[in-house]
Design a protein around this ligand. Structure first.
Ligand SMILES: C[S@@+](CC[C@H](N)C(=O)[O-])C[C@H]1O[C@@H](n2cnc3c(N)ncnc32)[C@H](O)[C@@H]1O
Length: 293
């Protein structure tokens, strides 16, 4: 098909039957220069201050990571889970000055595409799954995960792994997309199913902010705080993307597919199904320290 890569055609072919690694299929298809990325190298929806114009699009994804990295302890061992094309790693390095930075991503092609940014950050790239983190118990001071957890095979399994790899008192800072209620009409159901299939997601991806918070608590994390910040993410991002899709230098069929996807998201957001969250949590101190306190 004109203008489509082999990876994009594989993505379309798998819309109804994903492989065992659906996230990698999706991100191999999106590639390293996605025409709706707000800024080169970035794949998050951004933290916006304005109504959603080009000038803001250039800085909003970075601002999200700056805010999140600013909540990490400085100078520690930091694990970045689902690091995309690596644009966030130099920002994490700059803001949190980690002693060691490890970037785990299930999409190998992204680690390859982002290798210069990873090198600039002094980060160690690791191909791996957030639900089976290839690091030892209690070896990490902080985990950051930017807009990736809705892809993970299981959020509870991810939180259990975070709890395992964090040292006592270690911090988790993550952003995620929450689903605040289930569809009530055929139109909402269609929008929900289309979005899940496009992104290679199962039903478990759809969890409310309160349910995600509870999953973190159930994994044994403490001081779990959740902020719902959808208004600083979805409305400006969707406004900007609707304008960008008209002028993007992409094949007409891809722009049509993107417009369809944006229409589903806009509906889900307008009707209160989707929100965007920032979650922070702490690994508990050892039981002996708690008894002494
Ligand atoms: C929406 S992108 C966000 C990318 C990046 N954090 C950013 O802000 O630009 C989601 C990322 O999560 C990664 N990912 C998805 N499932 C994963 C898993 N099970 N384990 C590790 N990374 C995963 C994808 O490969 C992708 O890099």
């Amino acid at each position: 098909m004109d203008g489509w890569t082999r990876e994009q055609l594989r993505h379309v072919g798998r819309l109804w039957r994903f492989s065992s690694n659906p996230a990698a299929t999706v991100y191999d298809s999106i590639g390293a220069d996605f025409f709706l990325a707000p800024a080169p190298g970035w794949l998050n929806l951004g933290l916006w201050e304005g109504p959603g114009d080009d000038a803001e699009a250039a800085v909003a994804p970075r601002r999200l990571v700056e805010v999140m990295a600013g909540r990490l302890p400085r100078g520690g061992v930091v694990l970045d889970v689902g690091n995309g094309l690596g644009a966030q790693d130099p920002v994490i390095a700059e803001v949190a000055a980690p002693r060691t930075l490890v970037a785990v991503n299930i999409t190998e092609s992204q680690l390859h595409a982002g290798r210069l940014r990873l090198a600039q950050a002094g980060a160690h790239p690791v191909v791996g799954d957030a639900t089976r983190i290839p690091l030892g118990d209690g070896t990490v001071d902080a985990v950051i995960s930017v807009e990736a957890a809705f892809h993970f095979p299981s959020r509870p399994a991810f939180f259990a792994e975070v709890r395992r790899v964090l040292r006592p008192g270690g911090r988790l800072v993550m952003s995620d997309i929450s689903t605040e209620r289930l569809p009530r009409t055929p139109r909402e159901l269609l929008a929900g199913v289309t979005s899940l299939r496009f992104w290679g997601l199962g039903l478990a991806a759809a969890a409310s902010a309160a349910a995600i918070r509870q999953q973190a608590l159930d994994a044994g994390l403490v001081d779990v705080g959740v902020e719902r910040i959808g208004r600083r993410v979805f409305e400006p991002m969707l406004r900007w993307a609707a304008s960008k899709v008209q002028r993007a230098p992409a094949p007409r069929s891809q722009r049509w597919a993107a417009r369809l996807m944006l229409a589903q998201w806009s509906l889900l957001r307008r009707r209160g199904l989707l929100d965007y969250i920032l979650l922070e949590a702490t690994a508990p101190p050892p039981a002996s320290a708690e008894r002494a306190a």
